[in-house]
Design a protein around this ligand. Structure first.
Ligand SMILES: [Zn+2]
Length: 131
């Protein structure tokens, strides 16, 4: 079964003119059924960003990606976010050791900055993928 490129009506494979709009059907312009699917993910960018930001603030990244069905990217972000979260917590643990304060504080600041950048990145990507 083919689809008319002008109105989207189903037409016979050997039809020369569309039975619905009567326009001529050229071989080149015939679209498949996939050509009439809505463009983009069909998901709300707002919900995708909210799902990326709200759980993301608590260290759970990639939830926006899960909402969009991007499981592999979502799991990658989820693991990255949790690892960075643990690194920040681990660095703060260093600060309890005498002389470890400066090293611990520096590591914590660096990991926190990486965490923040990754957090913003995954929220932006969720938005971009949803559009
Ligand atoms: Zn038509």
């Amino acid at each position: 079964m083919r689809y008319c490129p002008h109105c989207g009506a189903k037409v016979e494979d050997n039809a020369i003119n569309c039975p619905n709009c009567f326009k001529e059907l050229s071989r080149v312009n015939i679209t498949t059924s996939a050509g009439w699917q809505p463009r983009g993910s069909g998901r709300s960018p707002t919900i995708a960003v909210l799902l990326a930001i709200v759980p993301g603030l608590f260290g759970l990244w990639g939830i926006g990606h899960f909402y969009l069905g991007r499981w592999e990217r979502g799991i990658m972000f989820l693991i990255t976010g949790l690892v960075l979260y643990l690194l920040v917590l681990g660095s703060s643990g260093l600060m309890d050791i005498p002389l470890g304060f400066i090293v611990g504080a520096a590591c914590m600041a660096i990991f926190a900055l990486i965490w923040l950048a990754g957090f913003i990145f995954q929220a932006f990507e969720a938005y971009a993928l949803a559009r």
